[in-house]
Each structure stands twice: as C-alpha cells, then as structure tokens.
Design a protein around this ligand. Structure first.
Ligand code: 3PG
Length: 325
C-alpha cells in the first residue's frame, strides 16, 4: 500500500504542478485583458465607481449561474459565514474602488508600480498588530519605497489622485488579507472560487449605493458622450463587458491559486503579474516612459523580491523554532 501511495504521489505531483501552472497562466492573462479593457472603457467613460460596481455585478451574476447549473457546490450560507465575510469584503471593496479611481487618473502602469509596494503596507500594519520582523525585512522595504518614489517623481502621467488611489488600494488589500486570515479561520472547507464569489456579492452591496451617490448623476450624460466618442455602441458595451468578465475571472483564478500556495508565494506571484501587466499596458497604450521612471519601477519590483526572500527566511526560522519546542 505504501508503494502504491508513493506511486500515486509521484503521478499526482507533476499533475498538481501543471494545474497550478495553468491557474497562474490564466490569472496573468485574465489580468492583462482586464487592465486593457478597463482602461479603454475609462478613457471614454471616466466613471470608475460605475465600472467597479458593474465588474462586481458581473461576478455576482456569474456565481449565481455557476451555482444554479451546479457547476460549483453552493456553500452553505450561515449567519456566521456572512458575518465573517463582512470585514474582508469591505476591505476588498475599498481596495478595488481606489485602484479603479487611480486607473482613471494615471497610466495603468503607474498604478501597478505603486501597488507593487503592497508588502511595505503589509509589514507596517502587521507590526502594529503585534507581528515582529527581522532587520532584513525592514531593510528590504527601503528599495521598494525608494523605487516607487523615483517612479512617482518621474511619471509623465503623475497626479496626486492617481497616487493616493493606488496607496489606499494597498491599505485596503493588506487589511483584507489580514482580516481574511483571522475571520475565515473556521470556514476553510469553502473553496477559493466560492469564497471570492461571496466576497464580490457582498462588495457589490457595499459599493453600488456609494457609487450612485458619488457619480450617479453623471452616468447618463457620460454614457452618451462615450458612445459619441467611440462611434459604435456595441464596441463600448464590449469593452465594459470584457472588463467585468475578466475582472471576475482573474480574481477567481488568483483565489484558486491561493488554495494551493502560501500567502508569501502568492504575493511573489502577484508582483510577477504586475511586471507582465506593466509591460503589456505600456505597449498597448504607448505611454511615454522616462528612463529614470523605468529604473525606479525596476528597483521597486526588485525590492519586493528581496522582501520575499527576507520573509521566507523569517518563516523558515519560525518553523524550525516550532519543531524544536
Ligand atoms: C482592482 O481593481 O482590484 C485592481 O485591479 C487591483 O487589483 P490587483 O491588486 O489584483 O492587481
């Protein structure tokens, strides 16, 4: 039986690796498509609150279809499950809308450079909450801060709205990750796909009323202007729909990846994703990039790799300590 189990493990390991490779490939590809069509839509219809809500709406409809056709097991909805999701969904909403506001104000690549500083926010907030980090981790966030600052001061499309949106998005997503870990401890049986589905449904309830309040009065006029600019209404619908479908798909893939990897590998994967997205969107939108700006972005991204090295060393040490005690 032992040999059988070993043979089974040998067969399933490459399968698992392949499966994870496919999920990562999908995650990156879907994210690139989202970033391109979201920005195309924002360029002619600069209403990020509407688009962000619509993207969550598409995700909610998508989940109801999956559940109705029984393509996904419908997780049992209990009051404690919904209550546990309220915090993570709120921070997801804040992270999403502020990123969208940032996308509407600056080049997509700049938002992603600033968003590569997410680890800095993670270290600071976790320290406030009682975690302690070795000096190597603190040192690794210096190049991130320096690189992002250099990229910011040399960014052609720079403005404070774009910068602060991306910064608030970092705060939102770091708090989402911290609260998800805490409050969803008892619901580990819910798979990543279903978990993200519920987060988007609750996020839609949070976001839509605020969106109506913030920019609802401008939507109709903005819609007519967008159609006049694009020339063909079907093209505009296509961009908006693609942004919604791919927003849900890439998040779903990322949550599926998170089922199989540690949060640390997840954040390294997410940084790699930003490199691919930055390059693709600069090529698609032909954004002018100054040499110092590219250097700053590269230093920031390199800093996130140093950070991941330093944190994995800390983790290995903690595990060793646990084994000894
Ligand atoms: C969003 O709108 O949520 C942004 O695309 C940011 O998402 P990311 O951190 O997954 O790239």
């Amino acid at each position: 039986a032992g040999a059988g189990a070993e043979a089974e493990a040998a067969v399933s390991k490459p399968n698992k690796t392949l499966q994870l490779g496919v999920i990562f490939g999908l995650w990156y590809f879907q994210n690139i498509v989202f970033n391109i069509y979201n920005k195309k839509a924002l360029n002619v219809f600069p209403y990020p609150w509407f688009l962000a809500s619509f993207q969550l709406f598409v995700g909610s409809v998508w989940m109801f279809v999956l559940w109705s056709l029984k393509l996904q097991p419908r997780p049992k909805i209990s009051k404690p499950f919904i209550v546990a999701l309220l915090g993570p969904a709120l921070f997801h909403t804040i992270g999403h809308i502020s990123a969208c506001v940032s996308f509407s104000k600056v080049a997509v690549s700049f938002t992603h450079v600033i968003k590569s500083a997410e680890p800095v926010f993670s270290v600071i907030f976790s320290s406030f909450l009682g975690d302690s980090y070795p000096l190597a981790v603190w040192l690794s966030i210096l190049p991130i801060v320096f690189g992002c600052s250099l990229a910011a001061v040399t960014e052609v499309s720079f403005n404070f709205g774009g910068l602060s949106g991306a910064m608030i998005s970092n705060v939102g997503f770091v708090l989402r990750n911290i609260y998800s870990k805490k409050s969803l401890q008892n619901f580990k049986e819910v798979n990543g796909l279903n978990l993200y589905g519920w987060i988007s449904i609750i996020s839609l309830f949070y976001l839509f009323p605020v969106a109506v309040f913030v920019e609802g009065s401008q939507w109709v006029q903005g819609y007519h202007k967008a159609i006049a600019t694009v020339g063909k209404s079907s093209t505009f619908y296509f961009w908006v729909l693609l942004s919604g479908v791919f927003y849900h798909l890439y998040n779903q893939s990322s949550y599926q990846a998170l089922d199989d990897i540690s949060p640390l590998s997840f954040s390294v994967g997410n940084t790699m994703k930003r490199v691919v997205v930055i390059i693709s969107t600069v090529l698609v939108f032909r954004n002018p990039v100054r040499p110092l700006n590219a250097l700053g972005s590269a230093i920031a991204i390199f800093g996130t790799f140093l950070y991941s090295q330093a944190t994995s060393a800390k983790k290995a040490k903690n595990q060793e300590g646990e084994k000894k005690s």
